[in-house]
Design a protein around this ligand. Structure first.
Ligand SMILES: Cc1cc2nc3c(=O)[nH]c(=O)nc-3n(C[C@H](O)[C@H](O)[C@H](O)COP(=O)(O)O)c2cc1C
Ligand code: SF4
Length: 405
């Protein structure tokens, strides 16, 4: 297999094996939560510049699953259908495939953002979103299943090439499959098969509606939670996903509670945290600056997950030994030589997020030979900007919004 060749990954036809990993773009219409011209322009630019497939930033399946981030896409308002259809047609016209990631934030949001009490498989507190969630009833579970199924059907109707269920990064479905997030004693918890039951039921019901429409998942194969995700456990999950007929697994890691694990960097982006994360961002300016100065002194002492590059590759290779489902790997992939090696080793596609925030024309540069490596310095400022503004690359230089006040 080659990096640049026409191929089929998880039943989706692509012109090469380079994927823009799901990235919350912060460009949804603030009122309708649907598509805007800004988002279409952004995706058309990626498509014109040779990306094989764009996985759209997560779209939420129901109002209670909303994100804390502003301008997040939603898939539950049928009035937005025309916008989504315009987007998929525009991307296809430039030769790229587009897959819709669908998600429910579970307890990784705030009651304030969703206007009601949060729900989760188990009523655990979240380190960063401390308002307590309510434990889901059986009715809640069946409702969420139907919301996902409706979203899968919409993805097909809107012209996407496939859909990706977000089972990663601490969101609701990750919580269900993790022993850390799911302490239920009923038929949706207590054993691996029971923790996976919600996924199985979503897939069964979705297949009845959409036939063989490509359904992918994104899986955190590891995280830092006690009794959370680990490679041996992820292998068992992958075997079940294969049995349930999932077409591709994108191997990722982490939960938002792990800090900078999903997207790794040498240091916490302290300037960006103090500029964009509440309640720090709203502190009086002098206090904010003083606490930031202290935090920066301690920052080098705060341990960060390692390695910084290719960090989901061992998990992806472990899964490859045990399942025949198409595998995609994401996380710290920056160098074309590594990409080619992964593909030669049987990984079906490589997926990248920050490299495309930094250089939206990265795939074209790789294809032409203009670049062999991403210019992204992995400062992770883009991961904090999204708390208030559309996603963009700051290259380590935080333009302090407090200066504007
Ligand atoms: C600004 C930003 C937004 C992200 N949004 C999403 C998202 O909507 N869905 C998702 O599954 N992952 C999201 N991620 C995680 C990335 O898809 C990816 O898994 C992670 O950044 C590691 O890949 P990288 O090293 O290529 O950046 C986001 C990451 C960043 C930095
Ligand atoms: S802000 Fe730019 S350089 Fe820093 S991690 Fe994000 S994309 Fe990379």
């Amino acid at each position: 297999m080659e990096l640049f060749e026409n191929c089929t990954v998880g039943k989706v036809r692509m012109r090469n094996r380079i994927i823009r990993s799901a990235t919350h773009d912060g460009l949804a219409d603030p009122v309708t939560e649907g598509i805007t011209d800004e988002l279409i322009r952004k995706y058309v630019f990626l498509a014109k510049n040779e990306v094989g497939c764009i996985i759209q930033g997560y779209a939420i399946v129901s109002p209670e699953g909303r994100s804390n981030y502003p301008r997040c896409l939603a898939f539950f308002n049928p009035d937005n259908a025309d916008g989504f259809k315009r987007l998929t047609a525009a991307v296809h016209a430039e030769g790229a495939a587009i897959v819709a990631q669908i998600a429910h934030c579970g307890r990784q949001t705030s009651g304030k953002a969703i206007g009601m009490k949060k729900i989760a498989p188990t009523a655990k507190r979240h380190l960063l979103y401390p308002d307590k969630a309510r434990e889901m009833t059986k009715e809640d579970i069946l409702r969420v299943e139907n919301d996902f199924v409706t979203a899968v059907a919409r993805a097909k109707e809107y012209g996407y090439d496939g859909v990706q269920l977000h089972l990663a990064h601490g969101y609701l479905l990750h919580d269900f499959i993790s022993e850390n997030g799911n302490k239920r004693k009923d038929e949706y918890g207590g054993s691996l098969e029971k923790r996976m039951r919600i996924i199985k039921e979503i897939l069964e019901k979705a297949r009845e509606k959409v036939g063989d429409f490509p359904i992918w998942v994104k899986l955190s194969a590891t995280d830092k939670r006690s009794k959370g995700m680990r490679i041996e456990y992820a292998v068992k999950i992958a075997k079940l996903l294969e049995e349930y007929g999932v077409d591709a697994i994108e191997v990722s890691c982490g939960s938002v509670q792990d800090g900078m694990n999903t997207m790794r960097s040498k240091r916490f982006p302290m300037d960006a945290i103090f500029a964009y994360r509440e309640p720090l961002a709203s502190m009086p300016r002098t206090l904010n600056r003083a606490v930031l100065a202290m935090a920066k002194l301690f920052n080098p002492l705060i341990p960060q997950p390692k390695p910084l590059g290719l960090y989901n590759v061992p998990a992806a290779y472990a899964l490859k030994e045990q399942v025949s489902t198409d595998l995609i790997v994401v996380g710290g992939i920056t160098d074309v030589a590594d990409m080619k090696k992964l593909i030669a080793d049987g990984i079906k596609a490589v997926s990248m997020c920050r490299p495309f925030i930094c250089e939206p024309n990265f795939a074209k540069k790789l294809k032409s030979g203009e670049a062999t490596k991403s210019r992204c310095i992995m400062c992770n400022c883009c991961g904090l900007v999204i708390e208030k503004e559309p996603t963009r690359c700051l290259m380590g230089k935080v333009k302090y919004p407090l200066d504007k006040r």
